[in-house]
Design a protein around this ligand. Structure first.
Ligand code: EPS
Length: 393
C-alpha cells in the first residue's frame, strides 16, 4: 500500500492517490473526518486554520462505503485558494502587485530549493514544502487506519513536550500491554495540546502564548503507540524490508522532524544488556515480555508488544521575529520573510505521524496476509495466529 500527494499550499486543492488497498474494506466517513479535524486542531495554530475546514472528498476506489481494490483518490479543497487565484494561477503571469519571495527563511526549504531549481521566486518552493501537504497524508492514513482497525490494531499519539515544558510519561501506560485505557484517549483528545496531563497542557499553552508574544515558534516531542500488532510484521532478511527502516523513513518524511527513538530510545541504551533486553515469558497462552524497551520491534519485525515511537519536531521556521538571511536579488544582508504561520504544530505533527505509522503497518499486513481482498487477509491472519498458538499448547 502506497500513497502519493499533489497540491500546493495555496493552490486549488490537495490530492492523494493510495494504491494497494484491498477490496472489501469498509470505510467510515465520520472516522476519516475525525482524523482530518484532529490534524487541524491544537493550540498554537495560525490564522490559516480558521479559513480551512478540511474535508476528504473520495473521488475513486470506493463504492457504497467499501473499497473496490482499485486506486483510491481523495481531494481536499483549499478554501484559501479564493485569495490566491491570481498569485497561484497555473497559466498567465505574476500579477504586478505580487512580490517575489527573495528573503529565504532559515530552516525552511526556501533557499536550497531556490538554488536547486534555478527559480527566481522562493514561493515556487515553499508552496509545496509547506506542511499543508500533510492534510493529504492524514486522508491516506485514515484509510490505512480503517484496515488496521479491522484486524484489531489501534494507533494513537500524545504530545510529551513543547519547547521546555514536558511531562513524564514513563508510567503513563503499561507499555507491555495491548489494552488501551480508553480514559487516556479521551484525555488526549480533550487537551488542546494533545497532552494527557491537564497541568502540563496548561503550562504548554502558556509557553506557546509567550512564544507568540515574542515573535517566536516552538517545537517539541510526541509519542505514537500502536497496539494489537501480530508478531512478525516486517523482516530481518533485507535492509529495506525491516519494519524499523520503513517506520523511520515514514516518520522522517514529516516536515520538521529531527529526531526519532524506538522504545526506550537514547536513554535506554545507557543500560547494560541484561537491563535493556525484554525477557521472554509465556503468559495466558502467548509469548510476552516483562518490559518493552525494544518498543515492540526486534530484528526489524514486530514482536507482539506495543510499538512505541518518539519523535522530535524542530521549531517552525517562520518567525515573526525574523532571522538574518541574504536577499537573493541584492545579495545583501536582510531579514527573513515573515508570513502568517503557526507558532506551534507539534499536536498536528503527532496526528500526521499516526497516519504515517498506520500506512506502514497496513502495508505490512497486506504484504504478509494478502493484497486482494479483506476476506483473504482475515482468513490468512486467522490461520497465522492459529499456527502461532501451538507454542502455548
Ligand atoms: C505552513 C504555513 C502556514 C501553516 C501551514 C504550514 O500556512 P499559511 O502560510 O497559509 O498561513 O498554517 O499549515 C497548514 C496550512 C496546514 O493545514 O497544516 C508552512 O509554511 O509549512
Amino acid at each position: 500500500m502506497e500513497y502519493v500527494t499533489a497540491g500546493e499550499s495555496h493552490g486549488p486543492k490537495l490530492t492523494t492517490i493510495i494504491t494497494g488497498v484491498p477490496a472489501g474494506l469498509t470505510l467510515d466517513e465520520k472516522s476519516i473526518a475525525s482524523d482530518m479535524r484532529r490534524r487541524q486542531s491544537g493550540y498554537g495554530r495560525g490564522g490559516r486554520q480558521a479559513i480551512e475546514t478540511d474535508t476528504a472528498i473520495i473521488t475513486s476506489g470506493v463504492r457504497f462505503g467499501k473499497t473496490l481494490g482499485t486506486p483510491i483518490s481523495i481531494d481536499i479543497n483549499n478554501r484559501d485558494w479564493q485569495n490566491w487565484t491570481e498569485k497561484m494561477a497555473a497559466f498567465g503571469t505574476r500579477p504586478a502587485e505580487s512580490q517575489r519571495e527573495v528573503t529565504p527563511r532559515p530552516g525552511h526549504a526556501d533557499l536550497i530549493g531556490f538554488m536547486k531549481t534555478n527559480t527566481d521566486d522562493c514561493r515556487d518552493i515553499l508552496e509545496r514544502a509547506s506542511a499543508r501537504e500533510t492534510a493529504a497524508r492524514v486522508a491516506a492514513g485514515a484509510v490505512a487506519r480503517e484496515l488496521l482497525a479491522s484486524v484489531g490494531v489501534e494507533v494513537f499519539s500524545w504530545v510529551r513536550s513543547i519547547a521546555d515544558v514536558s511531562m513524564d510519561d514513563s508510567d503513563l501506560i503499561d507499555y507491555t500491554s495491548n489494552e488501551i485505557p480508553q480514559d487516556l484517549l479521551a484525555r488526549i483528545e480533550f487537551s488542546q495540546t494533545r497532552c494527557p496531563d491537564e497541568r502540563t497542557t496548561k503550562r504548554m499553552m502558556d509557553r506557546i502564548d509567550d512564544a507568540r508574544s515574542a515573535g517566536e515558534t516552538c517545537g517539541g516531542t510526541f509519542r505514537v503507540v500502536a497496539t494489537g500488532l501480530v508478531p512478525g510484521l516486517g523482516s530481518y532478511a533485507q535492509a529495506k524490508e525491516r519494519l524499523t527502516s520503513k517506520l523511520a523513513a515514514s516518520i522522517y518524511s514529516i516536515p520538521a522532524i529531527k529526531g526519532l527513538e524506538f522504545g526506550a530510545g537514547f536513554a535506554g541504551v545507557g543500560e547494560l544488556g541484561s537491563g535493556f533486553h525484554d525477557e521472554i515469558v509465556l503468559e495466558d497462552g502467548a509469548f510476552s515480555r516483562k518490559s518493552n524497551n525494544a518498543g515492540g520491534l526486534e530484528g526489524g519485525m514486530t514482536n507482539g508488544m506495543p510499538l512505541v515511537i518518539t519523535a522530535a519536531m524542530k521549531p517552525i521556521p517562520t518567525c515573526m521575529n525574523p532571522l538574518e538571511t541574504v536577499n537573493l536579488d541584492t545579495l545583501e544582508v536582510a531579514k527573513s520573510s515573515k508570513e502568517r504561520s503557526d507558532v506551534c504544530a507539534v499536536p498536528a505533527a503527532a496526528v500526521v505521524a499516526e497516519a504515517e505509522v498506520s500506512i506502514v503497518l497496513a502495508d505490512a499486513y497486506v504484504s504478509m496476509f494478502g493484497n486482494t481482498c479483506m476476506t483473504d487477509i482475515k482468513n490468512n491472519l486467522a490461520a497465522y495466529k492459529e499456527r502461532l498458538s501451538v507454542f502455548s499448547k
